[in-house]
Ligand binder design. Sequence first.
Ligand code: SF4
Ligand code: SF4
Length: 228
Amino acid sequence: MVKVAHVQLSSCCGCLVSLADTYEKLLDVLGAIDLVYSQTLADVKEVPDDVDIILLEGSVCLSDHHALETALACREKAKILVALGACAASGNITRFSRGGQMSKPVHDAFAPLTEVVKCDLAIPGCPPSPESIVAVITAALEGDMDYLEPYAELAKYGSEACGCDLIVKVINKSLCMGCGACAAACPTRAVSMECGRPAIDKEICIKCGACSVQCPRIRFPELIEKIE
Ligand code: SF4
Ligand code: SF4
């Protein structure tokens, strides 16, 4: 039976809600998973050794040694470590934290999980959809690397995945084809299509990276380099 663990660091629980929404489907698709650890959904005190897939949600508070230790331990224990959701994948809204907030005033710096330990996959979204969680887990179990390639790519991007990337890497380079995928993906409606091109309102962008991941053109220059 496939051992799956869900671990939470600095996040709002939105990814957990999405994960919980998949349960029936996950059980259907996978036959059965063994949820060996989840702070909320399973009565287990420690992440066991040798877990097949660890879904880790949330960013890592750099002034909390427990968070750093948890991230490192999860990397060691997981065959496949998945950065679940935008906070783990690209930092998301925790990138705006400047510290001093109650009830954790000393917590002043957060980094996406992907920049603290090597992650195999990252699932975007704030929160990620239940469908995308099921699809990624299923593909990982089937070894469908073609399907997983964009998720593996995102895991390498870290905090570089954000709406600003679209401006620098796509729009300013005249690579945008006006498909609107970025606007459709944005959870805060920070992207609007104006005259066939996306305009990004930085005031309401939470840096979740969803637009960047969806853009079919963002890795275009890298693909050209590879072909050359
Ligand atoms: S523009 Fe929207 S989708 Fe893109 S990073 Fe900002 S909030 Fe996320
Ligand atoms: S997803 Fe990419 S190509 Fe499509 S409109 Fe947005 S920036 Fe342009």
